[in-house]
Design a protein around this ligand. Structure first.
Ligand code: NAP
Length: 200
């Protein structure tokens, strides 16, 4: 593979915004494959309650089933301890020695990159694609990225994804308050959420 996308996120739950972002990145950056990597134990969310990693892995698996360019890795779910992106990217680097690696995730998450473990090494190992919601976020992100060191900035691309008006937070809130989630996420994921009584 010449170019590989690593799609990192908590995916609690995965929704159409994530899928559209991954497909958009695949097309725009000519990626041979996009591998979804649900975060096992997100390092910055130790106090938040998130769904079980195995459930988020199962929902992601259901969501990507119909796209031959998509794949999934349980690497972060299976690795003990906190899920640092540097460890994941190093593993992918050793598995795909000659591929160009892209790490795709939310723009708001990338904004915090200076706080990530081994950020200098990380940014030298892969190119970041920061997927952002439409509207003010784009200017906000561009402005905020100006504060990052120039060497980092040249390895971060911002990609506006209108479908990211959908958010996991909103879906969880809708479920809690009895509002519909239909058409915001794949039907198979909606059925999984209902069957396992998630986010109530
Ligand atoms: P988050 O803080 O939950 O999300 C921040 C924003 O980005 C939210 O609006 C979120 O929307 C969006 N987002 C998250 N993943 C996305 C994706 N793949 N595509 C499009 N939008 C996305 O972020 P997170 O999910 O916990 O972390 C994102 C990635 O960064 C994960 O792979 C995580 O492991 C990595 N990370 C690493 C470190 C570290 O190594 N120290 C620290 C922080 C994060 P939704 O809620 O709708 O997804």
């Amino acid at each position: 593979m010449k170019s590989l996308g690593i799609m990192g996120g908590t995916f609690d739950p995965i929704h159409y915004g994530h899928l559209v972002a991954a497909e958009g990145a695949r097309h725009q950056f000519n990626l041979d494959k996009v591998i979804f990597v649900p975060s096992g134990r997100p390092p910055h969310k130790t106090e938040n309650k998130i769904s079980d990693p195995s459930q988020r892995l199962a929902m992601t698996n259901l969501a990507i089933a119909s796209n031959n360019y998509f794949d999934i890795s349980a690497i972060e779910v299976e690795r003990p301890g906190l899920s640092y992106t540097i460890d994941t990217v190093l593993s992918f680097r050793s598995m795909y020695r000659s591929s160009k690696l892209y790490f795709i995730t939310g723009g708001d998450a990338v904004l915090e990159i200076l706080t990530w473990k081994d950020v200098g090494r990380l940014i030298s190992l892969c190119t970041f694609i920061a997927a952002t919601r439409p509207g003010y976020h784009l200017e906000h992100l561009e402005q905020a990225f100006l504060e990052l060191p120039a060497a980092y900035r040249k390895n971060i691309h911002i990609m506006e994804v209108p479908a990211l008006a959908i958010s996991s937070t909103d879906i969880r809130e809708r479920i809690r308050t009895g509002r519909p989630i239909k058409y915001l996420l794949p039907e198979s994921v909606e059925q999984y959420v209902n069957k396992h009584n998630l986010y109530k």
